[in-house]
Design a protein around this ligand. Structure first.
Ligand code: ZN
Length: 265
């Protein structure tokens, strides 16, 4: 954190899920134009104005001065504003790369002449707009303790709060109740579910909806497929290695600690 990043006319260039940096900072659009770009576009009316996005293929060789930075590491290195802008760029790039053909008739899509964030089928007129997938993330509390679990996908074995995508037809509350039940086998008190905060999350193109809920019944029994282990943690028992400050999970855990008088960097 703390590295100032100049967004003016910056280009967010992606390669296989990472952001490319030039001399340790974001490149300008002119500097990015020197790379073997596969696709590119502008932010249009999105903030920060004047920025652009681009992508290079996975096997493209980077010239001297360029380096690849993991998207999560980018957020920790440059802070929340930079992470937010990068997330928007990623969302546009990833959406466009997956909107190349018409879902109705299979024709190659073209950028809409009237809206730069829409793809239009030249044959049948079908329009595609950027897709955002809602997901819930929840801090479940029981008698002043916080539910934390280790996800099998997380190779560092770090404890975090539970999260999952909303399914078709579900409300946020439905998803909270179902995910907690499926993943660790406990029931939450539906009337206690509170919505707190949201954040666009570029993995792949989600809107994370942060909630708090109270335990109602049942003992923890991790499902063993998605969740490896889970436990109730008093504020002073929360492990030192918690998710980063640009993540919603990190925000929820720090919020829990803060309410118990503990500040975590
Ligand atoms: Zn079509």
């Amino acid at each position: 954190m703390g590295n100032a990043l100049n967004f003016e006319n910056a280009a967010f260039v992606f390669q296989a899920g990472s952001v490319l940096l030039y001399r340790g900072r974001l490149p300008s659009a002119d500097e990015a134009a020197g790379l073997p770009l596969r696709d590119s576009g502008s932010f249009g009316s999105l903030e920060p104005h004047g920025c652009s996005w681009a992508s290079v293929s996975r096997d493209a060789v980077l010239p001297d001065g360029w380096e690849s930075c993991d998207r999560r590491a980018f957020g920790e290195r440059f802070g929340m504003e930079a992470f937010k802008a990068m997330s928007a760029a990623w969302g546009l790039m990833d959406w466009k790369s997956q909107s190349r053909y018409c879902g109705r008739c299979g024709t190659k899509m073209e950028q809409s002449p009237t809206d730069e964030r829409a793809m239009k089928c030249p044959k049948c007129g079908h329009m595609l707009f950027p897709v955002i997938c809602p997901a819930m993330i929840v801090a479940v509390e029981r008698d002043g303790k916080l539910l934390l679990a280790v996800n099998k996908m997380n190779k560092t074995g770090r404890y975090s709060v539970l999260a999952g995508f909303l399914e078709v037809g579900e409300s946020i509350e439905d998803a909270v109740v179902r995910e907690v039940r499926e993943e660790v086998g406990v029931e939450v008190d539906r009337s206690s579910i509170e919505y707190l905060y949201s954040q666009y999350w570029p993995f792949p193109r989600s809107l994370m909806l942060a909630c708090r809920a109270k335990w109602k019944s049942g003992e923890l029994s991790p499902d063993g497929t998605e969740i490896e282990k889970a436990g109730w943690f008093a504020p002073e028992e929360v492990p030192p290695n918690i998710p980063g400050t640009v993540t919603v999970a990190g925000w929820l855990i720090r919020d829990f600690l803060k309410r118990h008088g503990i500040e975590r960097p």
